[in-house]
Design a protein around this ligand. Sequence first.
Ligand code: FUL
Length: 702
Amino acid sequence: MKPNLRSLLLCGLLPFVGVSARAAVAPPAPYGPLPTERQLQWHALEAYAFVHFTVNTFTDREWGLGDESPAVFNPSAFDADQIVRTAKEGGLRGVILTAKHHDGFCLWPSQYTEHSVKNSPWKNGRGDVVREMADACRRAGLAFGVYLSPWDRNHRDYGRPEYLTYYRNQLRELLTNYGPLFTVWFDGANGGDGYYGGANEKRSINNRTYYDWPNTWSMVRELQPLASMFSDAGPDFRWVGNESGIAGETCWATLDMTKPMRYPGGGSEGLNAGERPGTQWLPAECDVSIRPGWFYHASEDTAVKSPAQLLDIYYKSVGRGADLNLNLPPDRRGVIHENDVRSLREFRRRLDQTFATNLAAGARVIASNTRGGDVQGEFAPARVLDGKRDTYWATDDAVTAPELVVELGAVKTFNVVDLREYLPLGQRVEAFAVDAWREGEWVTFAQGTSIGNRRLVRGVCVTTDKVRLRITAAPVAPAIAEFGLYAEPESLAAPTIARNRVGHITLVADSAAVTMRYTTEGSEPTAQSSAYTEPLRLTRGGVVRARSFAADGTAGATATLQFGATKSRWRVLSPTADARPKEGPRLMIDDSPASVWHAPTAGPCEVTIDLGEALALTTLRYLPPSDGAPRGAVDRYEFLASADNKTWTSVAAGEFANLRANPIEQVIPVDPPTLMRYLRFVAKHTLDDAPAAIAEIGLTAK
Ligand code: FUL
């Protein structure tokens, strides 16, 4: 029987009349910087979609130059409902559309420029992608937001004060004509050169001062008070410092805004982990594309992230207290490609299965301390199991390292722990551990640091009937809103695909009891695909997709490996090895992304490679250094080909875009395939004017 006020009085435990065990206990005082109402709404979304769509979709670029004709924008079957439905079925709660990317082309008929959908053949110039997407979101019950690139490579006034008036006029159109926006996304990229109304020159601006952000932000506040604004440094949520979707293992929702680089475009230092205690609540957003690039490229149809990769990203973004902004780029039809739809659907199915049942629901929770001693009251331990993020268990002010024992009532098996703090009181917990009761003692199976909006710890399966949460470091009494235990559905692991230097590919499964089946043309392996019996010999590059099938026909997850032609017969003819043997030119063809060749001096440089045989090239590849600081990454290039190492023909030339934020392998399709024996790569310019750096040069051939 639970003790009530009367029994306590009778036992003499409450010695004097007038003191009530149910007397209201004050909540804990807030700690550190606190979220605004607007930010709390943003946190509640957790995951939403980015939609990158513009002329780049039709020119096969990542950054348009600004000189594209509006005539190239002509989706054959644009379907806003399909795009929004795909996002919704993927569990994403909003959509942010690139209303204008760096190329300056506007997806709505802005009255301030001719460079928009009104001059494209799509819907005879009467179309409005922003309107259709906003309406589709409303119909589907998803939040809608816009990306309006500050950098505009089309506009003649870019770099001058007049451009700001233009930018704000456009922003006003978006803020006033398309209903409520949940976010306005301000990109920090400012690359320099562009078309600029025909000037074709480099324009440098001072990121800190040029845009006069405070006045633009106040316009957004006035016209869309609930919209949260993104930039590298807020004002409402911050960049996570990479475009791979991964927040720091420790990720604070706070940042020190007194540091001099805290302005949009001011650099990524400190953004991945945040800063504690910080001066402002400025949580991280993990923006990442479901494909290698932000815009649709047919050449990436086989490089769509797998459900397993998407899950990993989810656990490392949403599961570390950040929001996930997952890019789904429409293709040239104007819909999300079947491969992306399939992957996203399976990702969601697995997440839904995992989080359908909280295995701790209905458990008995016993805390080492409860605020005011009232274990049934407002701050009761059981609040962590009520499924509400606005109720919480709290302790007395002096108790900063409490424990919570969760008696499950039966033996259960799980591999995911889910925690939330009560955000209106600030980010309070600095470290925690979770133990399982096993054979008469506590065994720690999960540990972590920051919690914030949500912390998911995903590990090996644990089987027990009793779990203990320990707050191991906190400057003040914790306020824990939710606690959950979940089991991911079991599935056959994807085979491991490996390739050796001469191009032999092996598949390895977790268990001998399965049959591995594979494809080499990009399609999903099915029960009819070839069974793996011996190493595959694919020396010209391509894609292998493999999947395990159990005896009963159940299929597991698919593994995908993209690779270029083998380089075992290649030789770098020039430059010849210099005085730095360890840093020799062979590093650019050693198939090791981590070893990078750096040119000895700054300025343009050329490398010539003998491929050992004539090959019919289908793609050319450049991998920049990808170790965080892409020093020397080549941003303007040319590839030339020769049959005899004497007469050279240019095969491809242009810009490698967005390498600072997303230093991934650059793949250039060669169409029609070109036969060549010798390959020359010219590094015409680097991002930072440092000597050119090449991690790998590669290709695929027919
Ligand atoms: C970057 C841009 O330069 C990319 O093109 C993309 O829009 C990404 C989300 O932000 O800074």
